[in-house]
Design a protein around this ligand. Sequence first.
Ligand code: AMP
Ligand code: ZN
Length: 119
Amino acid sequence: MADEVSVVSCLFCRIVAGEVPSTVVLETDRVLAFRDIAPAAPTHVLVVPKEHHEDLAALVAADPAYVGQVMAAVVEVARLEGLVGGYRVVTNTGEDSGRTVFHLHVHVLGGASLGLVAG
Ligand code: AMP
Ligand code: ZN
């Protein structure tokens, strides 16, 4: 869990709180899935824990069972979106990944052959 200041300013915490609009695909008690604002594939959904955790390593350290809830939501999003041909799951971690939002999010990409689509 990050300190209070970063949670207050965190974009995805603000989406979870409804302070920033998003197109919600799935909501459970602990997980929110919404459409990426700049889709890199025909279907591009972000799955986030509602609680602020900076990245996958932070969530594993804090609450490993929560990872299972996030990944179950990923599979449910793929089902809801009809990604029967397959899909790609990506979570960027650390500086080298080039990530831009410091609240764990799992990209679910599909709806096309993804060979040439950046993850
Ligand atoms: P990453 O590069 O892994 O940190 O991915 C961050 C993702 O968040 C990018 O794919 C952005 O397009 C997406 N994003 C940024 N702002 C928003 C927003 N307000 N609503 C939905 N997706 C967003
Ligand atoms: Zn956050």
